[in-house]
Design a protein around this ligand. Sequence first.
Ligand code: NAD
Ligand code: TDX
Length: 341
Amino acid sequence: MTKTLLVTGAAGFIGSNFVRMLVKRRESVKIIAFDKLTYAGNMANLADLLGDQVVFVKGDICDPAAVTKAIEDYRVDEIVHFAAESHVDRSILGSGPFVQTNVVGTQVLLDAARAKDITKFLYVSTDEVYGTLPEDQPDVKFTEETPLQPNSPYSASKAGGDVLVRSYFHTFNMPLLTTRCSNNYGPYHFPEKLIPLFVTNLMEGKQVPLYGDGKNVRDWLYVEDHCDAIWTVLQRGAFGEAYNVGGNNEMTNRQITETILKAMDKPWDQFVKYVQDRPGHDRRYAIDATKIKEHLGWEPKFRFDSAIKTTIQWYRDNEKWWRDIKSGDYLKYYDTQYAGR
Ligand code: NAD
Ligand code: TDX
């Protein structure tokens, strides 16, 4: 029987890539794409996918009536929960919406899932819930046993959702799953995040703002690999478990910047501007993804060298998509975030 999946945050970067992957692979699921369409939600990410298999519902995960109605109207079986306020810098400018959506929204969804006997619920968490790692001990990585020590209002709010899921499993024995993934890159990535911001700034002939000394380390994973990991955990994960997802691809922000500049044929001296560091900037993230590999057989398939080129080409081929975003309210945000920095 075809299952019906409620995908929250489906009009965002990873949610829309997840829906796209399921449609492309002809998976036998009906998808209810549920999204509030905040500044980060974009119908253009989903437009070509809507039809018999994919239905869009505009709604807020913090609104119990809207969530319950979507579950009832479409007889939802399973929930994959991506919806979140997702940008660390915005959480530093104001944490209210982060606590509301990432904590309260997750609680509302969990209560609705419990009341409606949802058969599986996957919470898309992040590696940032673990806090930061030392840069002089390369062998130390985040495992699922690493204590949660979030350092930004964003990661604290994601950790709030993460431990709520844990508590609902413990207390109510619900069919809950959690993934904690490292930094994603790929098509439809909102151009406030490092890679799409730098690529599109360079296409506009602008400088790229590198925070601090540019030596912070992230573990980059192509978005389709993350989506594949989420699908794998949804199919075969054990309830109550969290699974780390990573690319085994640690790079400093300087290395990322060099790669992008080289691919776009732009000189460093002219285009890179070192700017004041992000407050509380986590130094290093690195994921130990042994558990998902050994228990569920998942491994990343995409190599950074080629997938970053595919990503840059996507931004070249889809100029209207990002130029439409980089206007209006985005300009106000850019000014608040970067002017005088
Ligand atoms: P995004 O900001 O691109 O998309 C978030 C989506 O959620 C948007 O479509 C937005 O409209 C929607 N949304 C926000 N508040 C909502 C609400 N109250 N009700 C309904 N919809 C709402 O984010 P993303 O990068 O696609 O991240 C998706 C998820 O993956 C998030 O939970 C994030 O924490 C997690 N994650 C992201 C990364 C990454 O590198 N981007 C890595 C690990 C985990
Ligand atoms: O202008 C910039 N300059 C810069 O040097 C921006 C936007 C970022 N950076 C640095 C900060 C980080 O060290 O680049 C690195 C990556 O920054 P972001 O793209 O903002 O990602 P990050 O803060 O690492 O968080 C991301 O990964 C984990 C996502 O946004 C989160 O949603 C996810 O949970």
